[in-house]
Design a protein around this ligand. Structure first.
Ligand code: CA
Length: 223
């Protein structure tokens, strides 16, 4: 279930959006000014931010440049419908743009479309203290690369894509070594040990008794 932040200073509009999104099954939080929004964005990860341009204090453009340092997609909400504003918003990095007043069905369609596009094109994953770039198969921490073998990278990605799930050794073996017959469980164990050491994730990649392994990521942490 996607978690959406609504940044809008007009309470009736904000509440209307919240109600419509809730009914569709999204989880929503509201911020009525830029400062509160910035605090929330600093502390939480949202799947999408609906951002009004005209806000008291920090306005939508300023907030957008701050949001761009994270990985969260943004749809601009604005009463200003000129082409110039639209271009400015999209240039500043908004993923989409909707002009007030709008029909809720239109907003919902845009929300869905941005969420779909965003997840499908996910090429970079920020998780815990690292960034994983899938096309180039690189992992970096604070911009510095962590050197992994091909199998170690595959294993890392598999753990990340199944975070907080206990994975059987056999499942890991089948997915990483593309074989449905695990000759020796120690192959998996050895790679996990190497990965823990290289990633410095000894406390993150947990051993699950009699099953296998689980990458533990706190929901409040990034990822
Ligand atoms: Ca406003």
């Amino acid at each position: 279930m996607a978690n959406i932040l609504i940044v809008e200073d007009e309470e009736p509009i904000s509440n209307l959006i919240r109600m419509s999104l809730c009914k569709t099954g999204y989880h929503c939080e509201q911020a009525f000014d830029g400062e509160t929004a910035a605090d929330l964005i600093e502390e939480h990860t949202y799947d999408l931010i609906l951002l009004d341009i005209m806000l008291p204090g920090i306005d939508g453009y300023e907030l957008l440049s701050y949001i761009r340092t994270t990985d969260m997609p943004v749809i601009f909400l604005t009463a200003m419908g000129t082409l110039e504003d639209k271009v400015k918003g999209l240039r500043a990095g908004a993923d989409d743009y909707i002009t007030k007043p709008f029909e809720m069905v239109e907003l919902l369609a845009r929300v869905e479309s941005v969420l779909r596009r965003y997840h499908k094109n996910e090429e970079r994953i920020n998780i815990l203290d690292v960034t994983i770039d899938i096309p180039s198969r690189t992992v970096t921490r604070d911009g510095k690369p962590i050197t992994l073998t091909m199998k170690e990278f595959d294993l890392l990605l598999f753990l990340v894509q199944n975070k907080n799930i206990a994975l059987y050794r056999e499942t890991i073996y089948e997915n990483i070594w593309h074989s449905d017959y695990m000759v020796d469980g120690r192959t998996v164990d050895l790679h996990i040990q190497r990965l823990r050491k290289k990633m410095n994730w000894a406390d993150k990649i947990k051993t699950v008794y009699k099953i296998g392994y689980r990458l533990e990521v706190d929901p409040d942490e990034k990822g």
